[in-house]
Design a protein. Structure first.
Length: 436
């Protein structure tokens, strides 16, 4: 009874602090996020990879930050070579011969959906009329795409270096389709047999940076990042067999390093909007990821690098539907989301009675609600896999919400993204909580 009374009290404080949001398609929706416009990096989360409202809301917020606050790039939880295809589309740049259709790797619906496609169309139109906002992927899984991109770039600019890169990357060829097998073999042999080769290709690129940059700076940046991705992916697949914390940390460090390189390359006026799962953009130091499993994440690293110039915004829902799979590489399904647990932050949001709102969690804003939310509680994470029958153990984690995020966006009931048809290739499994 005492717990129920306390819960109602916290929910009442949330209701008082919550700022009701208009419909996502209302132009006024984005204006609620003007308060974050002075930041250099704004990270926008999602509680699942398959929820329409999260994609549409991030698109609306991003449009406002670009149009009214001078943000110059969008960086997302997607592989670099795949996102580079989108970047060429939105900036009307030519397509290199080696480029393939993007987002063929499981889970295709994460980016092949109608909500994201609408944002890409808007960004292309915006760039044609008023600016050149770039689009980039921060992740490191598409090693094969990155190898092809590096070799293709060198074929055009330095055929002799291309021959060296082909020879070095040939070390990875036996494991091209199943790179995780390489990691298992590396563990049994006690070393990474391809490590020196892929790192040397990266070093060679930067040794000739000045000559390459003079010809086409954007093309060099793309090639250099692809070479970094290959080197880090080789290390990632080895780290998978040393425990989830090692591979998780390597992956998020790669994403943070990629973001920092982009900000550096784009110059002092560069400002980035980042799209990634809540588990990546909420500060890991204030979850059991950081406190119990020695994991760091992108949001933590962005905060450490940029301080008050970084803003982390989480998203959540109580119930509805979601696009997800039962297992890795299994078909996408439209699944019913369980109502949030009584001992979760999501249930407190639901019990506030407000259906759609922004909760500003920054210090000095709504101090009573912020203090009431400081008690550690469960927070739900749904990735590309959703298993309602084991939800407590596979999809909830302990967190302290006001320290984890600067703000939280709530949609009480949500629906699944509209997946678009397209090719799908199997890929290596990913570590929790992204996969689960």
């Amino acid at each position: 009874m005492v717990a129920d009374t306390l819960s109602r009290s916290v929910s009442s404080l949330i209701a008082e602090a919550a700022e009701p949001l208009p419909e996502i398609d209302d132009p006024a929706f984005g204006t609620f996020f003007d308060r974050f416009g002075e930041a250099q990096v704004v990270c926008l989360g999602e509680a699942s990879h398959g929820t329409s409202e999260f994609y549409r809301a991030r698109a609306a917020i991003t449009r406002a930050l670009i149009e009214h606050h001078g943000f110059t790039m969008v960086a997302v939880e997607a592989d670099w070579p795949d996102a580079a295809v989108i970047d060429r589309i939105v900036r009307d740049k030519p397509k290199p011969a080696e480029a393939e259709a993007p987002f063929k790797r499981f889970p295709t619906w994460m980016w092949r959906n109608a909500e994201f496609a609408a944002f890409v169309e808007w960004l292309r139109d915006h760039n044609r009329a008023d600016g050149k906002v770039s689009f980039h992927g921060l992740d490191l899984y598409n090693m094969n795409g990155s190898i092809a991109a590096v070799i293709g770039y060198l074929d055009r600019t330095d055929p002799e270096a291309a021959a060296d890169a082909r020879r070095r990357y040939g070390c990875l060829k036996p494991w091209k389709e199943e790179p995780a097998v390489y990691g298992r073999i590396a563990l049994s042999e006690g070393y990474g047999r391809c490590e020196e080769a892929v790192v040397q290709t990266l070093r060679d690129l930067f040794a000739k940076q000045q000559a390459y940059v003079d010809g086409d700076p954007d093309a060099f940046i793309d090639a250099a990042q692809n070479a970094r991705l290959v080197a880090n992916a080789e290390a990632y697949y080895r780290a998978m067999y040393h425990g989830s914390a090692a591979s998780w940390n390597l992956r998020d460090e790669h994403m943070a390093d990629t973001l920092e390189l982009l900000l550096h390359w784009k110059g002092p006026d560069a400002k980035a909007v980042v799209w990634a799962h809540n588990s990546h953009i909420g500060d890991a130091r204030f979850t059991d990821m950081g406190q119990g499993r020695d994991e760091l994440n992108l949001g933590q690293l962005v905060r450490e690098a940029h301080g008050q110039q970084a803003r982390l915004i989480g998203f959540g829902t109580h119930d509805g539907t979601v696009a997800a799979a039962d297992d890795w590489d299994a078909p996408m399904k439209i699944k019913q989301i369980n109502p949030s647990r009584p001992d979760s932050y999501e249930r407190l949001m639901h019990d506030s009675g407000a259906g759609r709102f922004l909760l500003d969690l920054r210090e000095g804003e709504h101090p009573e609600a912020r203090e009431a939310l400081m008690e550690e509680r469960l927070e739900r994470y749904i990735g590309v896999i959703y298993r309602p029958e084991t939800e407590r153990w596979s999809h909830y984690s302990e967190a302290t919400l006001p320290k984890q995020y600067d703000a939280f966006v709530w949609f009480d009931r949500t629906q699944a993204v509209t997946a678009l048809p397209g090719p799908e290739e199997h890929g290596a499994d990913e570590t929790w909580p992204f996969g689960l």
